[in-house]
Ligand binder design. Structure first.
Ligand code: FMN
Length: 314
């Protein structure tokens, strides 16, 4: 029997997105498949841990999907006929990370993704909805067959995970401390992600790609949180306005935009710790009025992978 080829494209700073992909692929390492990992590497790497300056400097271009550099060229000859393409990455500022934007906008990658069966994995804090939408659009534009979507997220309460992620991204401390839990996706969730690999393996054998997402959902591949999504959608709109406002002063690393970036930084902390608790309270007070749209959103975010041109993203 011919071996199936699975290629995993990944971008990660801490190793989390790769760890998730490796665990998902454990059941695929059964001698029947060839599994090939390809790192997405920006020509100019982003720092990890971040400084305040580099972190906020990356905001406007992340949010608007304007890559700050290309990705290093990849040799795709060994995966030309891959049966399954897995892309493992993360959101930055409610949009795909800059290396993911560069990956999807690369002409060679775009041509490669055409007609490939593609599964996307997001390893994030808790706001992935608009990123997933943008990735749907990228895959649609490349002519790929988007067959599966898996999200692994941090289960700590929203404001707690803001504190732990700041500590992780700026001080490289992921582990729990006396007062705060560990940051990011838990080790248990990463280990348990191998259950998705079992489903991928069955689908590789029977080629029933159109039913994959339904099966992944039976294994809880995506947990949709309506309150967080409400905040994210509002935040996505506001961050879009800020990103355009900052870019009016100049492009990536242009000194003339420093003041606007600093104002955005104050705005973000205000939104996180003042506006979002109020927003969540309003959301739950009006919850009964929102039931129909919550149901519709859950369906769209968890089960639907096709792009349709009525959907808004920018
Ligand atoms: C610049 C930046 C912005 C981020 N924005 C978001 C976000 O909008 N939503 C979210 O859930 N996580 C966000 N995160 C967390 C990442 O999605 C991811 O979980 C974390 O950076 C670890 O990924 P890694 O695999 O690259 O180490 C952000 C991280 C960075 C560095």
């Amino acid at each position: 029997m011919n071996k199936k080829t699975i290629v995993i494209f990944y971008y990660t700073q801490s190793g989390q997105a790769l760890d998730i992909a490796r665990n998902i692929c454990i059941p695929l390492e059964n001698g029947e498949n060839e599994i090939i990992y390809k790192a997405i590497e920006p020509e100019t790497p982003f720092p990890f841990p971040w400084t305040c300056r580099t972190f906020f400097e990356a905001f406007p271009e992340s949010r608007l999907g304007i890559p700050t550099c290309k990705i290093k060229e990849m040799d795709l000859t060994d995966v030309a006929g891959a049966d399954l393409v897995i892309i493992s990455g993360q959101p930055w500022y409610l949009s795909p990370s800059l290396p993911l934007h560069a990956f999807f906008q690369d002409g060679k990658i775009k041509a490669y993704l055409k007609e490939k069966n593609i599964v996307n994995i997001s390893g994030c804090r808790n706001m992935w909805v608009m990123t997933q939408r943008k990735i749907r659009k990228y895959i649609y534009e490349a002519g790929g067959n988007y067959v599966g979507h898996i999200v692994l997220q941090d289960w700590a309460p929203n404001l707690v995970s803001v504190l732990t992620i700041v500590r992780w991204l700026f001080n490289n401390q992921k582990a729990a401390s006396r007062r705060l839990p560990a940051a990011g996706v838990s080790d248990e969730d990463i280990k348990a992600a191998s259950r998705f690999g079992t489903i991928l393996n069955e689908t590789l054998a029977n080629s029933e790609w159109s039913g994959l997402q339904e099966k992944l959902m039976q294994a809880h591949a995506v947990k949709y949180k309506p309150g967080v999504t409400f905040l994210e959608k509002t935040g996505h709109r506001m961050l879009g306005i800020w990103a355009k406002f900052i870019r009016k002063k100049g492009g990536y690393q242009d000194k003339r935009r420093e003041l606007r970036i600093r104002l955005f930084c104050y705005y973000l902390f205000f939104v996180l710790y003042v506006a979002s608790p109020v927003g969540i309270a309003v959301f739950y007070l009006t919850y009964p009025l929102r039931l129909t749209s919550i149901k519709k959103n859950r369906r769209e975010m968890c089960y639907e992978l096709n792009w349709n041109n009525n959907m808004k993203i920018q």
